[in-house]
Ligand binder design. Structure first.
Ligand code: ZN
Length: 433
């Protein structure tokens, strides 16, 4: 395997949107021998089969059937999410103002809005085109800096550094992308699709799009001794990468009894309620179908399987920030570079409990890894993850873990190089092989 840090940086750079993350994940799975399953076909599966399915281009489930039916072997599942906060283009985006061309955007998820200012932004996503017999959707990525949301000069807001920056999402976040007469975005999409896919379509053939901004600056290793990673979308592509790499690395030489699963969901940053999010029947349905597809099915298979199954929900964790250390619970201050973090919340914003946290710590020990712990301050709210949502939807015992990071939900985040491999190792030992 190539260096896992270098590989993570390339995974992130190839994945500016959830759709691209799923396409890149599918590419890696296919290279490792996994075959695509279609949701609209009857599945037929045997021990050792490596399959993946994609729903609505934003979510992906990959699995390898174990040596026995999942009803008898259970599932070991790693879950993560493919989406990240960003700015999404509105359906009627073209704005002319004071000689500039701008695009109307709507923040997606809990963005740190100010981090999108003065950055070299591009546009990526998917475009649905008129077609026979049905419309079809293509991925698109402009892959060059075409947008910018400029800061206002200090001279025009003298009190800024004392009073703090207040951004109105409607008024202050529209990126500039040109001067004077510019064709509408739909026409630009058509010419970009022509360049990227050699297809000839008309602007009137663009029926709809899901487009979002991203920073074109490539991911880098940074810090005096290469301690850090600076990249976009570490939350949560770093965990998608860890889960996928562990699954692919688990190989097929030794087949465990249990079925290995990796579930990568869209829409975590907006609450997971969608047809392909963690609150959807996607995973439960796929698990049930994998049982039915096995030697004619098994009576009460799903319930029997789930009673011996575990989910590790992997999402990035808040490392202590040296300039804001008081925002952390004094006894629970994870540090970048010191390995995986177990996240606990008594009110079930994280799904970890004694059994599942113990299981994760038990996986760490033989690898010489001492897990860190995160608990929110009791007087501060707690974020959540796909962990408790999937646990409730599927009924599977779950632990919430993740690697420590800073600048979470920034346009450009920060994590530790030394944390990449240990998480992959723990997940690989969970999945077996
Ligand atoms: Zn996340």
């Amino acid at each position: 395997m190539s260096d896992p840090v270098v590989d993570l940086l390339s995974f992130i750079d190839r994945s500016p949107t959830p759709y691209h993350a799923v396409a890149e994940s599918a590419r890696r799975l296919e290279a490792a021998g996994y075959q695509a399953l279609s949701e609209d076909e009857v599945w037929d599966l045997e021990p050792g089969d490596q399959r993946y399915l994609v729903r609505h281009e934003g979510s992906l489930i990959a699995f390898q059937i174990g040596a026995v039916s999942p009803a008898n072997g259970g599932f070991r599942i790693v879950g993560a999410h493919t989406d990240s906060p960003n700015l999404r283009i509105k359906p009627r985006p073209d704005i002319d103002a004071d000689g500039y061309r701008q695009l109307g955007v709507e923040p997606y998820g809990g963005s740190l809005l100010h981090t999108w200012l003065d950055r070299d932004l591009s546009l990526a996503g998917r475009v649905t085109l008129r077609g026979e017999p049905e419309p079809h959707t293509l991925l698109i990525d402009f892959a060059r800096p075409i947008l910018r949301i400029p800061n206002l000069a200090i001279h025009l807001q003298r009190e800024l550094n004392k009073k703090g920056l207040k951004l109105n999402a409607q008024q202050h976040m529209a990126p500039i992308f040109g001067l004077g007469e510019i064709p509408p975005l739909r026409e630009l999409l058509v010419s970009e699709l022509h360049v990227q896919n050699q297809i000839e379509v008309d602007a009137s053939d663009v029926l709809a799009f899901d487009l979002m901004t991203y920073d074109v600056q490539p991911s880098v290793v940074s810090g005096l001794r290469g301690e850090f990673i600076h990249a976009a979308r570490l939350d949560n592509l770093a965990s998608c990468h860890a889960g996928l790499t562990a699954l692919i690395g688990a190989g097929s030489a030794t087949l465990p009894q249990y079925t290995r699963v990796v579930a990568l969901y869209d829409h975590e940053e907006v609450g997971s309620r969608s047809a392909q999010g963690a609150a959807s029947p996607l995973l439960a349905g796929a698990l049930e179908r994998s049982i039915c597809a096995f030697e004619g099915g098994e009576p009460q298979g799903l319930e029997r399987a789930l009673s011996r199954s575990t989910l590790i929900s992997v999402d990035m964790a808040h490392a202590v920030h040296p300039n804001y250390a008081d925002r952390h619970e004094p006894q629970h201050r994870p540090v970048v570079g010191r390995g995986p973090v177990i996240k606990t919340n008594a009110n079930q914003s994280y799904a970890s409990d004694a059994q599942t946290a113990g299981l994760f710590a038990g996986l760490c020990s033989p690898l010489g890894i001492e897990p860190q712990h995160f608990v929110s301050r009791s007087d501060l709210g707690c974020g959540s993850t796909i962990g408790p949502i999937t646990a409730a939807r599927v009924g599977v015992r779950t632990v919430d873990v993740g690697n420590p990071m800073l600048s979470m939900h920034s346009c450009r985040e920060m994590a530790g190089t030394a944390d990449v491999e240990p998480m992959i190792d723990v997940l690989r030992s969970f999945l077996g092989g």
